[in-house]
Design a protein around this ligand. Structure first.
Ligand code: UP5
Ligand code: MG
Length: 192
């Protein structure tokens, strides 16, 4: 099975912008498969016998980007195993070399959906979620590191696709349903 006719949309934005929340809406209304790179890494970390468990744990706590060989393999496996052909790739690529490698080795992206959100809004959301999420990186130390990595390393990926005219930007500041109304407009136009 190959991924030749596959549609891939990168869903990017800062930590806590609302990528996962909005992807769930798109799955419901447009029949995409949602693959969160972070969720796949957390699952791999928990998998008994994984040779990457310790490495992933350390990287996530430090807000650092896991080596792309690991993440790309997880994504590609899920894509092939699903037998589907429309994917939202959430939280990946986070680094320029990952973007180039994925598009060369797996499949080119159709466009990037970028959720724009100020840090103070994301901080509030993540601290609140941290009260119950159990996520090892929902604490002020890890969040500060995640913000720095996003600005320095991940945002250039969005700029790159912006320069190619391949970014749809949506503000993520308002309530989830307001944000989604704007997302839905973009997708209705493209996928009716
Ligand atoms: N919420 C959402 N939308 C809201 C709204 N409009 N108004 C008010 N509240 C809103 O939302 C976050 C919280 O905000 C939730 O409580 C939600 O209810 C609320 P969510 O939808 O979860 O936001 P999301 O953008 O998905 O936030 P997440 O924390 O998942 O983003 P990150 O990008 O930080 O996390 P991810 O899981 O992608 O990555 C975690 C780590 O994994 C990385 O730091 C890195 O170490 C590693 N990683 C890699 O190394 N490589 C990868 O390719 C991917 C991850
Ligand atoms: Mg998420």
């Amino acid at each position: 099975k190959s991924l030749e006719k596959t549609t891939v949309i990168f869903v990017l934005g800062g930590p806590g912008a609302g990528k996962g929340t909005q992807c769930a809406n798109l799955v419901r209304d447009f029949g995409f498969i949602h693959l969160s790179a972070g969720d796949l890494l957390r699952a791999e970390q928990e998998r008994p016998g994984s040779q990457y468990g310790e490495l992933i744990k350390t990287y996530i706590k430090e807000g650092k980007i896991v080596p792309m060989e690991v993440t790309i393999a997880l994504l590609e496996n899920e894509m092939l195993a699903s037998g589907q052909d429309r994917f939202l790739i959430d939280g990946f690529p986070r680094k320029m070399d990952q973007a180039l490698k994925f598009e060369e080795a797996v499949v080119p992206s159709k466009f990037t959906l970028y959720f724009e959100c100020p840090e103070e809004v994301m901080l509030k959301r993540l601290m609140k979620r941290g009260e119950t999420s159990g996520r090892a990186d929902d604490n002020i130390e890890s969040i500060t590191k995640r913000f720095r990595v996003f600005t320095q390393t991940s945002f250039p990926v969005i700029e790159h696709y912006g320069n190619l005219g391949k970014v749809h930007k949506v503000s993520c500041v308002d309530a989830p349903e307001v944000v989604y109304a704007n997302v839905k407009m973009i997708f209705n136009e493209l996928f009716h």
